[in-house]
Design a protein around this ligand. Sequence first.
Ligand SMILES: Cc1ncc(COP(=O)(O)O)c(C=O)c1O
Length: 341
Amino acid sequence: MSKNVNIDWNNLGFGYTKTDFRYVSMWKDGAWDEGKLTEDNMISISESSTAIHYGQQCFEGLKAYTTSTGDVQLFRPDENAMRMNRSCRRVLMPEIPVEKFVDACIQVVKANLDYVPPYGTGATLYLRPYVIGVGHNLGVKPAPEFMFGVFCVPVGAYFKGGMAPVNFTIADMDRAAPYGTGAAKVGGNYAGSMMPHQEAVNKGFADCIYLDPMTHTKIEEVGAANFFGITKDNKFITPKSPSILPSITKYSLMYLAENYLKMAVEERDCEIDKIDEFTEAGACGTAAVITPIGGIDYKDKLHVFFSETEVGPVTKKLYDTLVGIQFGDVEAPEGWIVKVK
Ligand SMILES: Cc1ncc(COP(=O)(O)O)c(C=O)c1O
């Protein structure tokens, strides 16, 4: 039965609102239980949980989209499941079977259909799966029990008045160590990113760009998004490094650039001293979608790519193709879309 949730879909931001149901499954004695939906949005765990003290946890982020025909669909949830399992392996937590992860996401969307924003608003239902180490424990070692949860929140279109470029500055600090956890979606990476983010915002930038932690000469990440640049000869270039979080949006764009836009694609070093090789640049991710980079502040100079106010033509085409697939207006490559309704 549908109820009136009274949400102003056109003015949603990216903030928490309690929806009706979330999914929880517990791991104990070597196995996950069946899992269930619950209305309770509060968690009660041991004060000694490894998630609290040692950051033994990880999370994911993906979205459900309403199409023009009223279907509700997920974008590549199996990729999020596989990345979550890589994160779990990195911090010694039990993996979630891919089918269990995708089923949990579907259950949560189905149970909260009233909160899925309608087509045309640009708004989406953001899903936040997570695994945390729980149970009584004191030493630095894996938890005796784990919890897998998925909740959802309606979030607004990233760009309210249409896509617009923003400026970034280079961070002095790192978000990840050379052989650390940068490629895993674990909370510690984000705790370490709050200060450089705040400093960038204080200086008037949207966020900061992280250079490679070993040499500080190559672009790695753009805040909580991946970087791409378009060269003068129309190549899609994106950095390759073991300390970057492998963005599902980025790998999707690489596929779309190559197969839909017939561009050459390269994953390789992007040296900060050579950024004038790019005529357009962008940040990409589930939350950022594609955010055009107007300019990068580096060594007290703002290096502008295409324009500080206009979106470049290749960035625009990539955006239209990606978002078109996510909202069901452009035919998706096989297996990318999972229908919920
Ligand atoms: C650090 C970081 N980089 C990149 C991304 C983009 O990844 P995705 O496209 O899978 O959302 C995210 C968001 O998940 C992130 O937190």
